[in-house]
Design a protein around this ligand. Sequence first.
Ligand code: NAP
Length: 512
Amino acid sequence: MVHPRHATRLICSLTARNIEGMRAQLATAVDAGADAVELRVDFLSDEPADEQLAGLIAESPVDVLVTYRPMRQGGRYDGNESQRVAVLTRALAMGARWIDVELDTPAELQPGGETILSHHDFDGCPGDLDAIAATLDASPAEINKVAFAAAGPEDGLRALDLVRSCHKPTIALAMNEAGLLSRILGKKFGAFGTFAALSTETVAAPGQPTIDQLKNLYRWDTLTEATACYGVIGCPVGHSMSPAIHNAAFAAADLDAVYVPLLIQPGRENFNRFMDAVLARPWLDWRGLSVTIPHKENALAYVGADHCDELAVQIGAINTITIEADGTLRGDNTDYAAATSALCGAMGIGRTELAGRSVAVLGAGGAARAIVAALAHDGADLTIYNRTLSRAEALAADFGGVARPLEAAASLEAEIVINCTPIGMHPNCDATPLPTIPKSATVVFDTIYNPFETTLLAEAKRAGCHLVSGLEMFVNQAVAQFERWTGQAAPQNVMRRTVLSQLGVGPMPGQA
Ligand code: NAP
């Protein structure tokens, strides 16, 4: 059930230590586009005088929620209970639009009026979540609020269940990074509000996004009941540029869609739990998922080889799941085609022209496996160099080619050199996997995309080689995902520009 009475409010938590700081935060929050502010009185170092509190409430051009959270509910107040409730009651009389009163506040102290009745659990999703929600729903309070620590993003879906099932306007939030989706997608289901911080330094609860992230990364202002959902599964996932690139692409293509990070701890059971939870809720309009380390193999196992492309099955990993309209799943690996098209694009050749070319691949991990599979498929003559020789040997046995220890790369002879190790990646930007660029090399491809120009690529440039950056591969795999999910041509220039700006690099010469 979507509550039709209002649009979901973006409520900015104000967490300064004194009234002047609160006043400054209020002004910044209003400028940033907050619909309402939450005055966290428990963050103040001293309880405010009535005239200070009244002045602040009166000055606010947006609705004010006053919260005075006790320590037992995750706040900072550890004083007398009736004194705490008295401040809240007076705040209502001063013109606060709502006050937040915790469910465990003694009943005789609970004020009536415009109350948000709340329950917080910082240990995890309460076993009796539905009973808590029913208690809140049956109370005289105007609004329900439940917040609990998420173990995985499926707990964020539990929060959305409550937003949909409660009879009163409800705020239901799964805290921590894993629960982020509940803070964003609540708007799709008519949640009463969501909380956002002014900056990462002023968050009032674990996992709270900033207003800037909600508005400019997660497309807050455009979210509707019909918004289609996408996301990236990984661990870690906070550093991923996929939300930025895909949300920018959806915006450029004017699609009603949003893409969120989904932190899932390693382990097939954790991956499966989330996927089962998504598929059990067709009302989510979940259409697609990117998958990154450490879940690419789990994704293939979940989707099933019969529903994945043939080379992905040989590689043993997928990075893309599509949920078709009838709920069936399809798995793809867009990494390998992304790599070969980046390579062929830089060389100005078609894939068939890779046949017979000598290629040295440094590394034998996941990225190397996808690239070796694709190049072997196209008939390239491969030598795989790796620190752990047995892994190179296993890769060569699976797809063809010769295995050598990484030290032997110092004297390699190949036309194309591809680095699939993290050597040279941020923050170790001075490192390079090759002491010198081999004389035989005409093309050097570094799969690393941060930094944009690695030491290896800088040296290859000096040696006059064609260069292929990991950024092209990264953009290409995202382009292929977008096109697989939407059936439309991807706004490639927007996607490339987004990644460049995330890396702090301006557009390359000749790029729009
Ligand atoms: P992975 O599965 O962990 O494999 C890492 C590989 O690098 C292994 O072969 C490992 O050798 C080797 N290696 C790691 N540290 C090393 C060191 N200090 N010295 C020598 N060799 C070392 O990782 P992956 O997923 O394949 O990723 C590898 C690189 O590819 C990353 O740098 C990433 O930036 C890049 N990548 C780029 C894209 C893109 O879209 N552009 C996509 C995926 C990955 P051992 O076998 O001996 O451990």
